[in-house]
Design a protein around this ligand. Structure first.
Ligand SMILES: Cc1ncc(COP(=O)(O)O)c(C=O)c1O
Length: 415
């Protein structure tokens, strides 16, 4: 079978996994939230029907609930390449998990300690750290280099001191789409004796996650943008987690991870449903070239590889169209390469407010969006606040080339 033909077959399989895609809408607001897998919906209903009870009791239904949760956490550990399931902390959102992390870290910092945040990040990885200023922590900002439109290590080097304890940065910007070299930055930060907290939300839907290869201390992402339910995951190194304060009930001990970071427990049905995401990747990977007999992790990596290749293919015409269009400026790199950027494409118009465009594509049932996307510091820094931020079309692997061409035709009419 020809490569393109095989890819069409894979895309057919992919689209068949998402019931929402049967609608007449074209979904290109995926960086805001992807649509869920059918198996995520089914698992949520199955859990709530078959074992909606408290965990930890001796009766059979409770044991079944526990076993389902454990299986899902195992799957998420494989998905992220965590060292063990205990490193997986579940929560309702990335914002909530980073907030918890900052609370758990607060008592471990002393006046004069320093934290570095960026002006590229979503507020989720900025606001919780800024709040620590009230206890005498200094927070410095690593700024986007306006020439390269990247976070440059030289600029970070200027900010690092012997008091720097933590560097918080994004793996990929949800506005610019650019991907930062997480392993290189992490190595540099570790050499200076500090830890990293990485926002992987905008990266995770497009590539495999490998917390061990990157050696990150804390890595956080949202499952509702990775085809799952409204849940998020923080993967933390066990020794780091054990050293943080318990923010759950007082009787939890330092080594009770992840429980000491999950006050009130977790959303059981959605956590169970989260386990369907790695399962889907594994099936997709088997179709997308994983060797016969490959294990789940290898199949997940193969699936993510197919996703990047397909995304690179479909984002190319969109970037070419916008780049060639007079009066339009891409905010981010015009390169389609998946090693450089995600298929999250932002642009502005010379003569029009960003808010004026999405209502026009709405009429054609193409869902895109405008705004600052909770990265208002970046939008302000780029001088785009006055025009209501950027217009953003964010693609994922279930989008098709036909859908992208539909968007281009509509933009061609209205821009
Ligand atoms: C890059 C990035 N980080 C963090 C978040 C916050 O995620 P959550 O809604 O799970 O708090 C978002 C949400 O849009 C995001 O795009």
């Amino acid at each position: 079978m020809m490569l393109a033909e095989k890819s069409d077959d894979i895309l057919k399989f992919v689209r068949g996994q998402f019931p929402t895609l049967a609608s007449e809408w074209v979904f290109m607001d995926n960086a805001g939230g992807s649509v869920p897998l059918a198996r995520v919906i089914e698992r949520t209903a199955r859990y709530m029907t078959e074992c909606p009870v408290q965990l930890g009791a001796s009766y059979e239904v409770s044991a079944l609930a526990q076993q389902r949760l454990d299986t899902a956490m195992d799957a998420l550990a494989t998905f992220t390449n965590a060292r063990e399931p205990a490193e997986i902390i579940s929560g309702p959102s990335t914002s909530s998990l980073i907030s918890r992390l900052s609370r758990a870290m607060a008592s471990r910092l002393v006046e004069g300690d320093e934290i570095i945040v960026t002006n590229v990040d979503h507020e989720a990885n900025i606001s919780p750290w800024l709040r620590l200023q009230s206890q005498g922590i200094t927070v410095n900002t690593w700024k986007l280099n306006l020439e390269s439109m990247r976070l440059e290590l030289d600029d970070l080097a200027d900010l690092m001191t012997e008091r720097t304890r933590l560097v918080c940065f994004t793996h990929a910007s949800n506005v610019l789409g650019n991907i930062e070299p997480v392993a290189e930055i992490t190595r540099f930060v570790h050499e200076h004796g500090a830890d990293v907290c990485v926002d992987g939300v905008a990266y995770a839907p497009h590539h495999e996650i490998d917390v061990q290869a990157w050696d990150v201390d804390y890595y956080v992402f949202s499952l509702y943008k990775v085809y799952g339910p409204h849940q998020a995951v923080m993967v933390g190194k066990r020794n780091k987690l054990e050293a943080l304060e318990n923010i759950n009930h007082c009787f939890f001990k330092p080594d009770d991870v992840p429980a000491k970071f999950q006050p009130g427990g977790m959303n059981y049905e959605e956590s169970y449903a989260s386990g369907a995401v790695p399962e889907y990747y594994s099936e997709l990977g088997a179709l997308a070239g994983a060797a016969a007999g490959a294990g789940d992790r290898e199949r997940i990596v193969a699936a993510a590889g197919w996703m990047s290749r397909h995304e690179e293919d479909i984002v190319t015409p969109l970037l070419e169209f916008l780049d060639a269009r007079e009066g339009v400026r891409i905010i981010g790199s015009p390169s389609p390469f998946s090693s450089v950027r995600t298929p999250t494409v932002s642009f502005v118009l010379e003569k029009h407010d960003s808010a004026s465009i999405p209502p026009l594509t709405d009429r054609h049932k193409i869902a895109i969006r405008w705004g600052h996307f909770y990265a208002p510091r970046l939008i302000e820094y780029l001088g785009l606040a006055g025009q209501n931020g950027v217009v953003r079309a964010s693609l994922v692997h279930y989008n098709s080339r036909d859908e992208v061409m539909q968007l281009i035709r509509v933009l061609d009419e209205i821009l």
